[in-house]
Write a protein that binds this ligand. Structure first.
Ligand SMILES: [Zn+2]
Length: 327
């Protein structure tokens, strides 16, 4: 286990729940090994749908109270992961934009329209919490959501404008592991749930880093995902105040799909033991080794071939940003 005391990690996420779904295992593990992890959440997720009847009327076109409610869910998730959190520009500064084409895109505070102000807000966070590693999404936002794409854009702009050489990781979903996971789920027995169509869930065909989560990191990720009960339904038979209906989905091979979950679209998805990341900046071999040292420890950092990490024309001084990593 590597001691990451003194290492600052910043994860920039679009909505409450993304920190858990996309990066919960890695963030939890980094925090357990001593890293100072800060999750920057850009919106309150106001446009989300709600799973479960008790809080169904909080949605944007009814009470429009979901954003405030999701702050509580996020706080619970962050506590479970052992990380700190902040909202970009303060809670309520930017509003969830909904999917592409949604009228919510036109809201005056819609994050999708954010420009220099959001970049400046993130640059200030980089100043007070100088990052050794930054995690966000790739240029497509992981699955095309305008707020995820904006999170990617402002992250890269803020890094450039601050002249940081901090490596950036993009959280992705790996096609092979996802399909393996789906294959070991027998039909869910909960009304309304369905299996995904081939290629329905956005995935990548290769990634730079595959992280196999330790039991502790996986457990923390599952609990953090459960904290977002209006957004996530874990098919393990459990119920809660937000969603008093249990879901079940038998699994043939728990290594390939330790848990099963659905978003409000009720498409059955495997909750994988793995997280996958692309290296989102040009890095030299030394910086790549630094990244792998950060994500290693009790986690296994494997990798497949792809892209930026193979280049050797990296930036001078990258190692200076290593901080206390790897000691
Ligand atoms: Zn999101």
């Amino acid at each position: 286990m590597k001691n990451l005391n003194g290492v600052n990690v910043i994860a920039v996420h679009a909505h409450p729940d993304d920190e858990a779904i996309w990066t919960g295992g890695m963030l939890s593990d980094l925090a357990m090994r001593g890293a100072n992890v800060l999750v920057v959440t850009c919106t309150l997720g106001e446009q989300g749908e709600v799973i479960g009847e008790p809080y169904a009327n909080l949605v944007a076109d009814k009470a429009d109270q979901l954003g405030g409610f999701r702050i509580r869910e996020l706080q619970k998730s962050l506590k479970t992961l052992g990380v700190r959190g902040t909202f970009l520009g303060g809670a309520g500064c930017w509003r969830d934009s909904g999917m592409a084409g949604d009228p919510a895109n036109q809201h005056p505070r819609a994050f999708t329209n954010a420009g220099d102000e959001a970049v400046e807000q993130l640059k200030s966070i980089f100043l007070t919490h100088p990052p050794h590693l930054i995690i966000t999404y790739g240029p497509d936002g992981g699955y095309g959501h305008p707020d995820h794409i904006k999170a990617h854009e402002i992250t890269h702009r803020a890094v450039e404008q601050r002249n940081l050489v901090t490596p950036i990781l993009w959280a992705v979903t790996d096609r092979r592991r996802f399909d393996e996971g789906v294959a070991v789920i027998t039909a869910p027995t909960t009304a309304g749930w369905r299996m995904p169509q081939p290629n329905e869930i956005a995935c990548v065909t290769s990634s730079d880093i595959e992280v196999r989560l330790s039991d502790a990191a996986l457990a923390a990720k599952v609990q953090a995902m459960k904290a977002h009960a209006t957004q996530l339904w874990i098919a393990d038979g459990s119920i809660n105040d937000t969603n008093p209906v249990a879901a079940f989905a038998p699994i043939i091979d728990p290594e390939k799909a330790p848990f099963v979950f659905a978003l409000s679209n009720l498409i059955t998805q495997p909750l994988l033991r793995f997280e996958h990341y692309q290296i989102g900046t040009v890095v030299n071999v030394s910086t790549r080794n630094t990244i792998e040292a950060l994500v290693a420890g009790e986690l296994e950092a494997g990798r497949s071939s792809n892209g930026a990490g193979d280049t050797t024309d990296g930036e001078a001084g990258a190692d200076d940003h290593r901080g206390g990593a790897g000691s």
